[in-house]
Ligand binder design. Sequence first.
Ligand code: 5AD
Ligand code: SF4
Length: 457
Amino acid sequence: MQGYIDWIRRYNEEKLLKSGSRPTAFTHHYGCQQNVSDGERIDGMLREMGYAFCERPDEADIVIYNTCAVRENAEDRIFGNVGALKHAKHRNPDMVIGLCGCMVQQEHIAEKFRGSFPFVDVLFGPSALPEFPEILYRKLSTGSRVFEILDATGEISEDLPVRRDGDIKAWIPIMYGCNNFCTYCVVPYVRGRERSRDYTRVLEEAQELVAAGYRELTLLGQNVNSYRSGDVDFVGLLRMVNDIPGEFRIRFMTSHPKDCSRELVDCIAECDKICNHIHLPVQSGSDRILHQMNRGYTTGQYKDIIGYARQRIPGVTFTSDIIVGFPGETRDDLEQTIALIREMDYQSLFTFIYSRRVGTKAADMADPIPEQEKSAWFRELLEVQNAISKKRYEAAVGTTVRVLTEGPGKSGDGYMMGRTASNIIVEFPGTAELRGQFVDIAVTDAPGWALAGEIQA
Ligand code: 5AD
Ligand code: SF4
């Protein structure tokens, strides 16, 4: 890999000498944190290849869209954004347009780009990420298009360069792929089977990040609960990360309810650095639909683990994902979901209208409810959750919350903002030197989707 990076760096240095300006890259990483984390590696490789980063795709020498396949609207947006580059490529035929990530791992999508988007130069799926330098080298050295869709079983490639998005919060991938085959989901097809990183490499990365001043580490995987490296399972890994000396906090996502054990809850309760917040996507409140989704748990089991966590972890909060309009879902199923949402008292919800994904089991299920009705159900769910969230925000007034300060607040000079363990935005009077520090805030107000307060004396 290094040889190809070096070749491209020399190629770019020659361009710099000729034109007087450094070749530029524009990248955009769509979708989940896992994809954003892959994107930090793409950016890392581009930086080592000698590219400077620019803000606009139409001005760049290379554009990389790192795509997402989870829902159709994400794919539509990407088709639109790639189509918009046609004129820029016409103006600058040397521009390289590249696509990678989950969406293009699907054969029918890769074929569409091959046939209908002749100005797309390189295309590769998530498993070919470490091959990116070689793919780009082939494009630059021969001028021909390079499409590389490997089977999604790739070995984990350690030691890829990383250009991190922030200097306070960092993502650490601990595993790749998914074995669960929820019937609506394309992820197992495009990202392949579960592979866990060696725990020693995860710990090294966490130690380096803490030493570099990062204050929040998020361990990432499609299903972190099934992490395993030798004798070390997810709970073991969390305890080891928690033992790293320093002032920082630990998050993880995503946790699958079927594998979220009491042992994990005990671990969160006992480890001081792990946030008392769990994102535990339930998807539906109807046991019939959960079964159709192949989720592997019932609402009863889900409520049990949430109940246990509430007992064991002081102040614990929950967030969740919901899919509305899964094939065959009825009004009665929806009402069960609404009842569950009320009962769970989530801090916030990520709600999605079901999107049919080619090749998944649910794609072949009868889906009689019209989109319009699904949209009405979706709005109904949002309203229910908005009322719950509003009540929870208002209930926080008068309490004290611990916040990691991230940067300037929206209210202008003299204000800073940060987030609580449950990811709630809090704004308070403060100055720039608080950035990266933990502060205790006495909450005085709940304006909209944030809290406001003052640093506790
Ligand atoms: N349609 C709608 N939402 C989906 N999700 C995953 N696949 C689909 C789909 N086909 C949602 C799930 C998951 C979140 C990341 O995206 O709620 O938890
Ligand atoms: Fe998709 Fe289910 Fe795997 Fe999550 S656990 S990535 S929803 S198949």
